[in-house]
Design a binder for this molecule. Structure first.
Ligand code: F6P
Length: 499
């Protein structure tokens, strides 16, 4: 039946009552998608910059992301512990000018704590004469004016906090190189004796490898030990018992077989082929954590040298305390020297001798130039690796000499992939942008236990399934990826390249 019409043509329904909310019954529709996050649109490469990544950035104010927990809760906790550590040192000082100098550092940390907790705007880093200041302050001026800790992209805001923390000391007189995390790093490594001896007793004697098949098998196991060595991360695992650490660092074959299924994207065969076909070149490690993870990196590097798969291994560390547990030169020297001379671990004579033999060999390798440790300022900048060629062409040119660059850990993975909401099936080579696409880009491999939101390089359906079944799978460190890009190593570096 036709409804009566009003003069303006709308339908007039006499006495119709308007419901307070509209209830839809959609019984026959497809079920609601429970995907972790809606797939965002890709941003045109010409508009990509640190404030605008290829896909939308994670930001501190995003309550759906880990960024919110880190910026709002974890960073103030980490800073609080850093202040406690400095007070322990203060209480052991006797000279008045040193006490006053360190008190001023603590006051600057208190100011940083207030800035962080009250979500202040990001201000320029005070000039302490270090080589990275210009990189930081140019980036802040260009992209982050008016941004605060919560509204800037998480990857930048978090790195900025660690640079500000360093500044609390770098402008002091006596404590310029003070590392507020050094005690924690040493304590955790001191509780890693079980896994350390598991490896040292196997690798102390130069390995006699019967054939290429055996070489491959050893590589496969050692590589996974090195991958999972990344689980011991101080910024996340604050209250671990010795037993927890032992489980995390398990180096046994059964444990490795069980965890293999947790490597969600796995290019390990590709990595092996790259290594075996490129005998005797240089291999690079962009390091992540000090202590046990660094120990596994050194054991792997040692094996590559002994197996004739590399004639030099270059390690890239950080110039100052970074994301709690990252390797600095002091951590590097401390680990090798404590292997040689230290009384850090209790063990049998055989265990202690095996560790000493390893440490002494690593020292010899350093003297012979077979292993090298470097700290480029780019690694402690706020830039992601998408900008490596543009910001630090000298470093790009250096990495171009490498047969394969391993990037260890979660933070390096975030910096490789621009820490943005890329769909989980995005190919790794696409996600890392210019580090794969620029002429001269070296082969690159990311070895990461997954400890934050960004995930790429997964087969279709895997992320969706885990989103449904294990809510915390992106943060737990139970899953990992080994992802490789071939790069364009045979071409000359083009310093004017834009994507
Ligand atoms: O030591 P990794 O593997 O780089 O992990 C660092 C962790 O700390 C974080 O920065 C969180 O504070 C995340 O990036 C990551 O989960």
């Amino acid at each position: 039946m036709a409804q009566p019409q009003t003069p303006n043509g709308s339908v007039d329904i006499p006495n119709a009552s308007i419901p307070s909310s509209v209830q839809l019954r959609l019984n026959n529709m497809p079920p609601r998608s429970r995907s972790y996050m809606a797939e965002p649109n890709k941003i045109d490469a010409k508009y990509v910059n640190p404030e605008s990544p290829p896909f939308p950035a994670f930001r501190g104010y995003h309550t759906f992301s880990f960024a919110n927990d880190v910026m709002g809760r974890r960073l103030p906790t980490i800073l609080g512990k850093a202040i406690e550590d400095t007070i322990i040192t203060l209480n052991q000082l006797s000279k008045e000018d040193e006490i006053l100098d360190l008190l001023a550092c603590i006051e600057r940390m208190d100011t940083l704590m207030d800035d962080l907790k009250s979500n202040k705007k990001l201000t320029p880093i005070p000039d302490d004469g270090a080589g990275d200041i210009a990189i930081w302050n140019k980036e802040i001026a260009k992209y982050f004016q008016g941004k605060d800790f919560m509204s800037a992209p998480w990857i930048f805001a978090e790195a900025y906090k660690y640079r500000r923390l360093h500044s609390c000391f770098s402008i002091s007189k006596y404590f310029q190189d003070y590392d507020v995390f050094f005690r924690q790093k040493c304590d955790t490594f001191a509780r890693s004796s079980h896994a350390v001896f598991e490896l040292s007793t196997r690798f102390a004697e130069p390995s006699k490898i019967p054939n290429d098949d055996a070489k491959k098998l050893i590589f496969m196991e050692l590589f996974q030990v090195c991958l999972w060595g990344n689980s011991t991360d101080l910024s996340l695992l604050i209250d671990m018992s010795e037993e927890d650490i032992k489980n995390l660092q398990s180096t046994g074959g059964d444990q490795l077989a069980a965890t293999q299924k947790n490597i969600l994207g796995n290019d390990i065969e590709k990595v092996w082929n790259q290594l075996k076909n490129n005998k005797n070149g240089r291999i690079d490690f962009v390091l992540d954590n000090a202590g046990f993870e660094l120990f596994t990196d050194l054991v792997l590097a040692d094996f590559l040298i002994q197996a004739g798969l590399a004639d030099q291994v270059k390690f890239h560390g950080k110039r100052f305390a970074w994301f709690v547990s990252d390797v600095t030169r002091k951590d590097w020297e401390w680990l090798i020297n404590s292997a040689c001379y230290g009384r850090l671990f209790k063990g049998t004579a055989e265990e202690l001798n095996s560790l000493r033999a390893l440490g002494q060999r690593w020292k010899r390798y350093e003297q012979e130039g077979k292993i090298k440790y470097e700290e480029h300022p780019f690694w402690i900048s706020g830039y992601t690796f998408f900008h490596l060629l543009e910001v630090s062409p000298d470093l790009f040119l250096d990495l171009h000499q490498s047969k394969l660059v391993f990037f260890k850990g979660d933070l390096n993975h975030r910096k490789l992939t621009y820490d943005c909401r890329a769909p989980p099936t995005t190919p790794f080579t696409e996600a890392i942008g210019t580090l794969a696409s620029a002429p001269g880009a070296p082969p690159v491999c990311s070895m990461r236990t997954i400890k934050s939101d960004v995930v790429v390089g997964l087969p279709p359906g895997v992320a969706e399934k885990l989103d449904k079944e294990e809510k915390d799978w992106r943060l737990s460190g139970r899953y990992s990826v080994i992802l490789m890009s071939d790069g364009r190593p045979d071409e000359d570096v083009d310093f004017d390249y834009t994507p």
